[in-house]
Design a binder for this molecule. Sequence first.
Ligand code: PBG
Length: 332
Amino acid sequence: MAPHPAPFPATRLRRLRRTPQLRALVREATLTPSDLIWPLFIREGQDTREPIASMPGVDRLSLDIVVESAREAAALGIPAICLFPYIDPSLKTETCEEAWSRENLSNRATRAIKEAVPDIAVMTDVALDPYNSNGHDGIVRDGVIVNDESVEALVKMALAQADAGADILGPSDMMDGRIGAMRMALEAEGHKDVTIMSYAAKYASGFYGPFRDAVGASGALKGDKKTYQMDPANADEAMRLIARDLSEGADMVMVKPGMPYLDICRRAKDMFAVPTYAYQVSGEYAMLNAAFQNGWLDRETVMMESLTAFKRAGCDGILTYFAPEAARLLNG
Ligand code: PBG
């Protein structure tokens, strides 16, 4: 015989959803401007904003404007910005020496920002792709991305960025052993306090397309990045990479892309309990904006929902092109 039904639902979960006040009281994840890192694309020139077709609302900025963006970020309560240079094609080589030039675009930007806006953290990208005539993150020899030689180049690049005043180095190259090599070099060269946010679980993703347009690497890229970036089908491997990078001296770890990889964020946070970030990448931004522009999704609702989901998944922060817009909304 079927059990006798209760005369009322034993648990009325809707009670706690009835008013905005009750919902606020029981809310588990909170998004604040201090969770956000704002990626910025930089270029040569003066007073120039150059639109990026596949990233509506995102421009390549000349250094004077980047300094203003840094000021804006600080005023909004965003703790960090992250710099990605658009390098003139004439400076791209197979050996990538521009990557560790003290005077390259990225290092000049870091110095200008640290001088003008001391209360913002500057994060820089450690990978060779903007400087590489064949668009890869490492050095290519006979069609192979050679690991150890790439690590040597990346260490020189990291030291130049640290000398320029970067607060956070973001190795996004996925070579083996680069975190340990960078950490040793930083200690040896007097940069004991420079932090490393390792792009530890970085997937070989189709979602980076618009970014490669933005830094001018898409035309140059020969082949794909599958021999160094991760297979989107793998999750255990992400845990091995995070464990490895932490043991080599990473202070913070990142999962990238973001929205399709929230399971990886949650596992990473549960397993390692270290500062964990996600990168809501260019393709995620492009995809959402395409729907916003068509009126198919509501901009504010979906933007904030997407960012809150990262917090719920265990992330301590999010690199997102929506950073200033979201911060403005959060600040009311
Ligand atoms: C390159 C790098 C990429 C991104 C950040 N650093 C692209 C790539 O790996 O090809 C992607 C960021 C984005 O798509 O927003 N080292």
